[in-house]
Every structure is written in C-alpha cells, then in structure tokens.
Design a binder for this molecule. Structure first.
Ligand code: AMP
Length: 466
C-alpha cells in the first residue's frame, strides 16, 4: 500500500514525500482512513511504529477544512511529558508545512505568555501535558467547547504518572460529540476503562506485542560476581571497549546512577551525556538534538526520560542493570534493531540482579548470549566486593582477591538489594489525586525544576519559533 491510497490530501502527501517516507507503517495504514472519516481509534502501539504520524497526518487533513476561533482549539492532543508533546508539535510542523494551520504548546519550559497570545488568536491544534492544560483552563484562558478531536498519546504513561483523573476531568469539559483517539503501548484495565467511557465504538488497532523482542537484536548478558558500583562501571567500560558503536544508549535504573555513570564514562574518554528528569529542559533538548544528529555517541538515560522519545535507531543498547519492570527490558532493547536493521544489546547482571534477570528471561523466551569481555574477570577480582560503593575510603579497606571472597558470603549492601529508587519519589505519581503543576517539579519528567529553568532559552527548537 502507498500513502496515496489512504485518502490524504495533496498538501499532506507532498509533506510526507518531502519527509522521505515511501510506505505507510501498519498502524498508519489502518488508522489513517478511519480517522479521516471521523472514527475513534484505540491504537496499541509503541514508539517506533509510526504512531505519531498515524494520528497527525489524518488530523492535518481534517483540520485543513474549517478555521480556528479565538481561545477555542479544534484539536486537543494530550501527551504525558514535555518531550513527547514537543515531538508531536514537531510532527505537526513537518507534515503541516503546506497548510496554514496554527498550533499552541502548553508544556513546562514554554512561557505561558507566548502561548496565551497564540490561543487568543485562535489555534487549530493545542498540544499539552494534562497539568499545564488544566492550569490554563482554570486561569480562564481557554475554552474547550470547540474541540472536535481529542488525542491521548501514551495513555499508559499517563496512568503511571497519575494523570488519569486529569484526563477524566478534561474529557468531561469537551463536547460529547467529538472524535477521540487513544494511543497506548499497553492496555492495563484502567486504560481499557478510560477508552470504554470516553470513546464511541473505537477501531482497535494493535501493531506490536510488548513481550516480543525483535529477532534482529543480538542480546548479550555479562554476569559479574563482584558486587558494588565500581565493578559495574568497570564491566560497562570493558563491554563498551569491545563494541563497534555507532550510537548507543546506556540505561540506568536511577537518576543518581545516570549521573555517576556519565561522569565516569567521560572521565575514561567516552563520548557520553546524560538525560533524566532533574536536568534542565534546555540541556535535555540540546543533548537529544546532538544525539539525533550523530554528534554524541552515548546517551545515558533513565527509563522515564527515554520512554516515548523519538530517538533514531541505535546500534547498541546497554543495560547498566536489568530494569525493575520486566517489560521495560523490551522497551529498552527495542531502541535498536528497528526496521529490519541489526542491533546489539548488553545487560550487566550483578550478584543482586539474579531475580530481576530471571524475570526478564521468563518474559522474553529468546536466546541471550553469555558475554565476558577479555580480562574483565581478573579485573573484577582485583576490586573486592564493595569497591566503588560511595563510601569507599571509610575504614580504608584494602581490596584484593581474598577480600572479595570473604565478603561474598556477607550480607550485601542494602541500598543495592532493595527496590530501585524511584525518580525522586515522584516518577510514579499518586494515582489518586491531581497535583498542580507548581508541585510537579520534584524530579518528575514533566516539569522543570522551579528555579533555573524558565524556558528553552537560546535553544528554542525551530518548530517553536513561529
Ligand atoms: P513514532 O512511532 O511515531 O515515534 O515514529 C517513529 C519514527 O518513525 C519517527 O522518527 C518517524 O519520523 C518515523 N516514521 C513515521 N512514519 C514513517 C514511515 N511511514 N516511513 C518511515 N519512517 C516513518
């Protein structure tokens, strides 16, 4: 099938052609004709399937008819994080460039004032994170009664972040006669209920199974017997040195870990930069841009920071440790081996990760190769059990092979054996109540730290410079 057969107008087709896309992806093929006709869609699809274009293209086509009115957006798109919202906005710019459509973006890090002005002028599309949208609505700057189409992107992330009450409230403010498109990588019961409540006879489109890893990915595991952060870092460097990396992502379970790993990699001469929710928005945007442009080899990231981001296919994925949630393993390694290309993944499994790793193995049911870089075992033996723990030096323990043997039988460092630290305690939001945006800055991926980040600064992406 070609894009020409989907019912899109010439201006949209021209933009698709200029973007270099030749054939629609399965979700685009199934969703576009249905959305053009005004139908609801429940799309079960992950990033990388082309899901953004699956809703943006037909939306642009529909919006081409009609005009925007002051304070009354015609299409509302909700995304869980600023980065995702910004990516959707970028797609709108790309595919809508031959049409005169206007857009506002309500996300942390973009000034209210600018967006207020745009809203007052009237926008066709409003892209927002739920908290920012509610703030704007509560300030009386916005009317939602003109919304013809609601799009909820990454609904399962919204659930994880405690946004469902916000979404329910927003849905109730919209005209009942509207089109609703909902996209989610998984369909937990809460999302199914949301879809049942707010959609009308939706077409269900499922394009990938989250428990399958691509056959094009060669998976490796490096099991280390020595505990401690230093051992893990030594192992990571040893693995990195054996790989011919074009570009890769190193996944960590904690933000603190991301910081330590990126520092250590830089110290040892690797080209690496971090991305997680505590870093200023301008820095994150810049880092991602560099990575996309091929100016940065290694991106060190937390799951939350990386989830949903439109990062090009990478050659390698490294797991500093197995993820706390089994299915995140699929999301992580799914960053490589896309679209039939080959990719490699490496997972470091330490003495305390056996249970997490067993969970991953049960889920993926595919082959994982044991991999031990040359010399690593000896190097690790030289470290001792808790070498590299942050309190190294206290008691000036001498580490050596005997030391490591002795300590192996002893209780492990508690900090490593407990549940992984959450993103500053707020990565998972309370599912009960909605919080104001002003409270949403304690390390979540949503909003910037209250101080220091006022916007994109000098690094305003092109699509925001309207
Ligand atoms: P998404 O799943 O929306 O995050 O999209 C993943 C990536 O696929 C983005 O970089 C898109 O630019 C790209 N993409 C979307 N549709 C197509 C297509 N039909 N052909 C090739 N690439 C596409």
């Amino acid at each position: 099938m070609t894009f020409d057969e989907l019912g899109l107008g010439p201006n949209v087709l021209k933009a698709i052609h200029e973007a270099g896309y030749e054939t629609p992806t399965p979700i685009q093929e199934q969703a576009i004709p249905h959305v053009i006709l005004g139908g609801d869609v429940t799309g079960i699809a992950q990033t990388g399937t082309g899901k953004t274009a699956a809703f943006v293209l037909p939306m642009i086509h529909r919006l081409a008819q009609g005009r925007a009115r002051a304070r009354m957006p015609r299409c509302l798109i909700l995304a869980p994080t600023r980065e995702l919202a910004a990516q959707v906005a970028e797609s709108f710019e790309t595919y809508g460039k031959h049409l005169k459509l206007s857009m506002a973006l309500l996300i942390g890090g973009v000034s209210f004032k600018e967006q207020d002005k745009l809203l007052m002028q009237g926008v066709d599309v409003l892209i927002a994170t739920p908290g920012r949208l509610m703030d704007q609505f509560d300030r009386g700057k916005l009317l939602l009664t003109g919304v013809e189409t609601l799009i909820i992107d990454e609904a399962d992330r919204m659930l994880d972040m405690g946004f469902i009450p916000d979404i329910e409230r927003i849905c109730k403010l919209l005209p009942p006669k509207r089109q609703t498109l909902l996209f989610s990588a998984t369909m937990p019961p809460e999302i199914t209920r949301l879809a049942e409540t707010f959609q009308k006879d939706p077409k269900r489109i499922e394009v990938s199974r989250p428990t399958q890893t691509a056959e094009t990915i060669t998976q490796h595991v490096t099991k280390i017997e020595t505990g401690g952060d230093k051992a893990r870092r030594v192992a990571l460097r040893a693995i990195l040195r054996t790989c011919d990396i074009k570009n890769g992502i190193v996944f960590c379970n904690r933000k603190r870990e991301v910081d330590v790993v990126v520092k250590s990699l830089a110290k040892h001469g690797f080209d690496a930069a971090a991305i997680h929710g505590d870093l200023p928005q301008a820095y994150r945007t810049q880092t991602l841009e560099k990575f996309r442009e091929g100016e940065l080899t290694l991106l060190v990231a937390s799951d939350v920071a990386a989830r949903g981001l439109d990062i090009p296919d990478v050659s390698h994925v490294f797991n500093y440790a197995p993820p706390p949630k089994d299915e995140d393993y699929i999301h992580r390694i799914g960053r490589t081996g896309r679209a039939g290309r080959t990719g490699e993944s490496y997972t470091i499994v330490g003495p305390d990760d056996e249970k997490a790793w067993a969970g991953v193995r049960r889920m993926i049911k595919t082959d994982v190769r044991d991999f031990m870089p040359e010399g690593l075992e000896d190097e690790l033996k030289g470290l001792g059990e808790d070498a590299g723990s942050s309190r190294k030096g206290r008691g000036s323990r001498r580490s050596g092979p005997d030391d490591s043997k002795r300590s192996r039988g002893q209780p492990r460092d508690k900090a490593r054996s407990g549940a992984p630290e959450k993103e500053s305690g707020s990565e998972r939001r309370s599912r009960g109540g909605r919080r104001r945006d002003s409270k949403r800055n304690n390390g979540s991926e949503l909003e910037p730290a209250a101080d220091g980040v006022t916007g994109f600064g000098e690094h305003v992406p092109d699509f925001l410079k309207r």
